[in-house]
Design a protein around this ligand. Sequence first.
Ligand code: 1GP
Length: 229
Amino acid sequence: MIDYRSWRHTFKLDPDKTIDDAALEALCDSGTDAIIVGGTFGVTYDNTLELMSRIRRFAVPAVLEISSLDAVVPGFDAYLIPLVINAGDADWLFTPHVSGLKAYGSYIHWDEIITEGYLVANPDSGVARLTKARPIENAAEAKAYAQVAAKICRLPIVYLEYSGTYGDPTIVQACRNGAADAHLFYGGGIRSAEQAAEMAAVADTIVVGNIIYEDLEAALGTVPAVKAR
Ligand code: 1GP
């Protein structure tokens, strides 16, 4: 089992986006704890395989966050399986998981599977629209959702997903409180070392995504901001 509980910092790379070799090398050799491969739209078997092959030239652990059953590529160190706990469309709760198990069940190495209780907090994000995510009304509700994931479903990871926008620290803290011993990932809108440090002070692991494609130096600067703590 991959030691995700020791991760403080991760980069999330989208197979549907372009990244050149020099940038990829800088990210993989940055000191980040892991590369997560994942995206919401346009993720295919071919672009996932291509990205994995390029990441595999480096020593950094690489995991696939599965969002499309057509893009389950063998060869990653582990597979993150999101369970969108505030999905408004119930089909996003278990329907894809059942389909995946029917298709790939006999190939699965269960010690490579890590389930994430995904709390989608930015209503304007692609994943929120796709899953018709219910809005999080306040900190008490955020805490309750985190408890549903950690205490009721006993999921090992709570992932607070603000994809595309920087989150409200009070909501992150509420999730921290609700998640108890579950591991808390925070992702969304981190664009600077200061923001990385702020979220890493509350969450166990931060996920840095979009800024990679907009300002590589700023993205790389988030690593020491977290690892120095
Ligand atoms: C997205 O949580 C990650 O799934 C990171 O979010 O792309 O906004 O950095 P950003």
